[in-house]
Design a protein. Structure first.
Length: 198
């Protein structure tokens, strides 16, 4: 009887957290299994995840994004844009499920994919707008000191990373803040439409 009650409670707890949507507030290590010791990838800030299971400090998550044909080490936020959702080790063995296939303007094939991974149950939020406000504030403080601030819509999603990289040594941004600000600027760039990708 006690075992049955334990399993019912455990199952109910898992169901409560199933498909809970969160956003990463920092760079997070990704693991292939709950007991893996070595990271096989990194999830970037502002990336959307679904929590499938919680087990103590670890969670099993589902990640969606786009993969360019022939490139299995990068999962992108949008077709044709270099906005990383996750960067994966070349020897990673995550299992990808193809949701759909399409081609970009140059005829390159992309797959919308999902995969599961494990990570620590920390640095997650359900408020994406709060992350964006924080990124904008960091950008304003660090990038409007030497010159007037640039609106995020001034450059394309693929231009922003090199612009931020060229100015990084002149700022007080931490590595995590750099990733957060870059993700924010890319997702609000002039060539990104409201609601694009996801």
């Amino acid at each position: 009887m006690k075992k049955s009650l334990f399993f019912i409670l455990a199952f109910a707890t898992l169901c409560l957290h199933a498909n809970e949507v969160k956003y990463s507030s920092s760079v997070k290590n990704l693991f292939e299994s709950a007991d893996s010791s070595g990271s096989k990838g990194r999830l970037l800030p502002t990336s959307k995840i679904k929590i499938l299971e919680k087990n103590g400090e670890n969670i099993k998550i589902e990640i969606e994004g786009y993969m360019k044909d022939g490139v299995s080490s990068a999962v992108y936020y949008s077709i044709g844009k270099r906005i990383l959702v996750a960067g994966l080790s070349k020897n990673a063995e995550f299992e990808f499920k193809t949701i759909s296939t399409s081609k970009d303007e140059e005829g390159v094939e992309w797959q919308k994919v999902s995969f599961t991974a494990f990570t620590k149950n920390d640095n997650l939020t359900d408020d994406l707008n709060d992350l964006y406000k924080n990124a904008q504030a960091i950008f304003d403080v660090n990038c409007a000191t030497c010159h007037p601030g640039h609106p995020s819509s001034e450059y394309t999603a693929n231009q922003w990373p090199s612009i931020i990289k060229s100015m990084l040594t002149r700022t007080a941004m931490t590595k995590d803040e750099n990733f957060l600000v870059t993700q924010y600027l890319q997702k609000h760039a002039k060539d990104m439409k409201e609601g694009e990708s996801k």
